[in-house]
Design a protein around this ligand. Structure first.
Ligand SMILES: [Zn+2]
Length: 127
């Protein structure tokens, strides 16, 4: 059995043999605000960490990471979490489909923008 000090409340907590590495205590893990603080600290230190690494090194469940990203509480967008998950489980075709659709939408909106501006300019020159 090992002990860790919580990155959020600084309290000492026990980690059982064979348990996940945890950087926050069980109390803080139940508090989304505290979890977000610990996650942001970790992402800042390890910006290239995969979702699996984040989970292994923080003890914060992947579902919780997704939820916090969705609420905009961590320095990651839900799309980034989805992309990380897809990279981990690239056999999940459904996920890559979602990402492709999102990329297509982004490309479409990028193409649509300059066209709108051009038509506005044309209207002005006609007047
Ligand atoms: Zn704590």
């Amino acid at each position: 059995m090992r002990v860790e000090s919580c990155r959020v409340c600084k309290k000492i907590f026990k980690i059982l043999e064979g348990d996940h590495v945890k950087i926050i205590c069980p109390n803080c893990l139940e508090n989304p605000e505290a979890t977000a603080i610990a996650l942001n600290q970790y992402i800042k230190k390890s910006p290239k960490a995969t979702i699996n690494m984040i989970y292994k090194n923080t003890g914060i469940p992947i579902a919780e990471i997704q939820a916090l990203a969705g609420e905009g509480k961590i320095g990651m967008t839900p799309e980034e979490v989805t992309a990380l998950l897809a990279a981990r489980q690239n056999n999940l075709q459904a996920m890559s489909k979602i990402i492709n659709e999102q990329n297509n939408l982004q490309t479409m909106s990028k193409i649509a923008e300059p066209k709108e501006k051009k038509s506005v300019v044309r209207m002005h020159t006609r007047e």
